[in-house]
Design a protein around this ligand. Structure first.
Ligand code: ATP
Length: 208
């Protein structure tokens, strides 16, 4: 696929001597949202780590934005990842975390103010992240990933902690990102989020 953002073929990973992924194929093109679904332990997070260049020595072919994914600054200029809760900076507020993310590069998609509004955090802007509820912290994690510009967004269970109304809003936010030409790959257990985002569903089955 000439303009693919991701082309992964026959990806295989063993962990602790046990097969976790076997012969997994995945593609994503600009403007596409792919939902990776499957039971607990099917290997969704492992596949995302492979796509992010964070999984040591996966087998198979993995091409992300024209080369093998690598945990290097040039790669992360084009790829945004939201997975496990990040470490928060002590002493910085919600707004300051967003401002920090925006200050790293000049080409942010959203200002800190726009991100606060989009992710419904305006009333919590001056609190420390650890003073937020679980779902509010997840919204901040997502806001930080979506604030900066990227061509590929990797999300591991973005629905975690979010209420039903914000999950619907998230579907719209992801559609907006894809409409700008980015690709989204998200591991999710939320079939409704996948459907409302207009995602193509890829179902993984446990390899062992
Ligand atoms: N270090 C490890 N050693 C052995 N097995 C591991 C290791 N890390 C992960 N696994 C196994 O790999 C499998 C896939 O894990 P992974 O987190 O990718 O699944 P998942 O599909 O994201 O699951 P969930 O829906 O629960 O988030 C699991 O069975 C897990 O026990």
């Amino acid at each position: 696929m000439p303009n693919a953002i991701i082309t992964a073929r026959r990806v295989a990973v063993d962990l602790g001597g046990v097969p976790v992924l076997r012969d997994v194929d995945l593609t994503a093109v600009p403007g596409e949202i792919v939902a990776v679904m499957g039971e607990n332990g099917a290997g969704k997070s492992t596949l995302l780590r492979c796509l992010a260049g964070l999984q040591p020595s996966p087998c198979g072919e993995i091409d992300v934005l024209g080369g093998p994914p690598a945990d290097l600054p040039g790669f992360w200029r084009e790829v945004a990842l939201a997975g496990d809760e990040p470490a928060w900076y002590p002493g910085l507020s919600v707004r300051e975390h967003l401002e920090l993310m925006g200050a790293v590069r000049q080409d942010a998609r959203l200002t800190a103010g726009e991100a606060l509004a989009t992710f419904e955090l305006g009333a919590r802007a001056d609190l420390a992240p650890l003073s937020l509820s679980t779902g509010q912290r997840q919204r901040l994690s997502l806001a930080m990933a979506l604030l900066r510009s990227s061509r590929l967004l990797l999300l591991d269970e973005p629905e975690r902690g979010l209420d039903a109304a914000f999950r619907r809003r998230l579907a719209g936010i992801l559609r907006g990102y894809a409409a700008e030409g980015g690709a989204v790959v998200m591991a999710t257990h939320d079939a409704r989020l996948a459907q409302e985002a207009g995602a193509r569903v890829v179902t993984l089955r446990a390899a062992s």
